[in-house]
Design a binder for this molecule. Structure first.
Ligand SMILES: *Cc1c(COP(=O)(O)O)cnc(C)c1O
Length: 431
């Protein structure tokens, strides 16, 4: 594999951008090697600056559910751009995308568009605090919600439930009002909420965590969280930035039949353009300026191009019946993977929900907690990643990240991918 041009660009990038990148995981630090500079993509395929082609499973970390350079999305964006790229005034595309989102996502009665997932979660938390008049929030260990200060908080040690800063530059003050409980442990959450009775504005979680491997909720867990929040007057926020329009058209809340008060969205609703959104109960959303006292604004919020891309994507997801299509592709992938899963039991494990996959090097046969993900062998994943890359399969460059199928991954793509998985594992385990 020739990577001269990517290497040269990366050397130059490092003199101009911190670490040579605009987002840390892109730098390949956890898998080693040089990050590849992509120059084009079509459907399931991407091509780097040295003209190597890959079947892509990073898919821009989730947004490209329809594959790269989807014709309908491209047409919507270019048609819109011809008339101007931003006005800072209301635009009809905001109204249309809002209607599509509200129709699709069960709990959303009103929605506000922003420019990233981070902005969506940050704003939803401010809204929950404004609505309840309470300061503290609960996040669950293993869920990622973007990089707002009060969400870059890790679980404290031992029995402490108060968070500790998870990044330099996050103050103790930022972390003080964020309490952390483990995901999938309803009793721990209940204890924490009981101990902080009347102080908690919101519980925020990824209904299906996808940023720390893939962890599926235990039977009844999400319903239990919902009941706890209702009982204590806590705003329940589902961060569906990845789950939304991925697990089903109505997201995890539709799939599991559990209704949050607020939902955050991003990724797929922008089809690869920068977008985020938060929405929910009309009475809570009425607290946002200019209707209410909770301030939140954005120069490029509801940007016409981003809205156009989202509109085209959501229409298409519906018209091609994307989720049953993706389920069929996943069934095919799973049927091919089952042999490897059996053969390497005790060393290698795959978790999957619909079009989301995670590859783990572990002796466990089921992953249900962050501690189990933490115990996985990430050095083995790094080796797996580079062996897959050499075989033309682009996985996200970290063992904590998931892989995504798109509607454009063909049977041939999937066959090739599983073949590469088997060959990589044989090389690694010598059998
Ligand atoms: C990606 C992601 C975010 C952050 O979104 P950005 O657009 O990267 O700011 C927040 N929450 C979840 C669940 C995500 O997957």
């Amino acid at each position: 594999m020739k990577t001269e041009r990517s290497e040269k660009l990366f050397e130059e990038a490092k003199t101009l951008l911190p670490g040579g990148v605009d987002s840390p995981v892109r730098a390949f630090k956890s898998v080693g090697g040089t990050p590849l500079f992509m120059k084009e993509g079509k459907g399931s395929r991407i091509k780097d600056e040295d003209d190597n082609e890959y079947i892509d499973y990073c898919m821009s970390w989730g947004p490209m559910i329809l594959g790269h350079a989807d014709e309908d999305v491209l047409k919507a964006v270019t048609d819109t751009a011809r008339y101007g790229t931003s006005f800072g005034t209301p635009h009809r595309n905001e109204v249309e995308l809002a209607r599509l989102v509200i129709e699709a996502v069960p709990s959303i009665e009103k929605v506000r568009f922003v420019s990233s997932g981070t902005e969506a979660t940050m704003s939803a938390i401010r809204l929950a605090r404004g609505y309840t008049g309470r300061d503290r929030i609960v996040k669950l260990d293993g869920c990622y919600h973007g990089h707002a200060d009060f969400l870059l908080v890790a679980a404290g040690s031992g029995l402490a439930t108060f968070g500790t800063p998870d990044s330099a530059g996050v103050t103790e003050g930022n972390a003080r009002d964020t309490l952390v409980a483990p995901y999938n442990d309803l009793n721990a959450l209940e204890r924490l909420i009981e101990a902080e009775k009347g102080n908690i504005a919101a519980v925020i979680l990824e209904p299906v965590p996808c940023n720390y491997g893939l962890i599926l909720p235990k039977e009844g867990y999400l319903r239990g969280v919902r009941e706890l929040c209702t009982r204590h007057g806590i705003v329940l926020i589902f961060d569906e930035v990845i789950n939304g329009f991925r697990i089903s058209m109505g997201g995890a809340q539709e799939y599991f039949g559990v209704t949050p008060d607020l939902t955050t969205l991003g990724k797929i609703i922008g089809a690869g353009l920068p977008v985020g959104a938060y929405g929910g109960r009309a009475d809570i959303m009425a607290m946002i300026a200019p209707e209410g006292p909770v301030y939140q604004a954005g120069t490029l919020s509801g940007n016409p191009l981003a809205m156009a891309a989202g509109i085209a994507a959501l229409h298409k997801l519906k018209s091609i019946n994307a989720y049953s299509l993706l389920d069929k592709k996943a069934d095919y992938m799973n049927s091919l993977l089952s042999e490897a899963k059996d053969k390497y039991k005790g060393e290698f494990h795959i978790e999957n929900l619909g079009s989301i996959y995670a590859f783990y090097f572990t002796d466990l046969e089921k992953i249900e907690s962050v501690d189990q993900v933490r115990a996985c062998n990430m050095e083995k994943f790094a080796e797996f990643h580079s062996r897959m890359l050499q075989k033309g399969i682009y996985l996200s460059p970290s063992g904590y990240e998931v892989a995504f199928l798109s509607t454009q991954h063909s049977e041939e793509d999937i066959f090739k991918t599983v073949d590469a998985v088997k060959k990589s594992l044989t090389e690694m385990f010598g059998r």
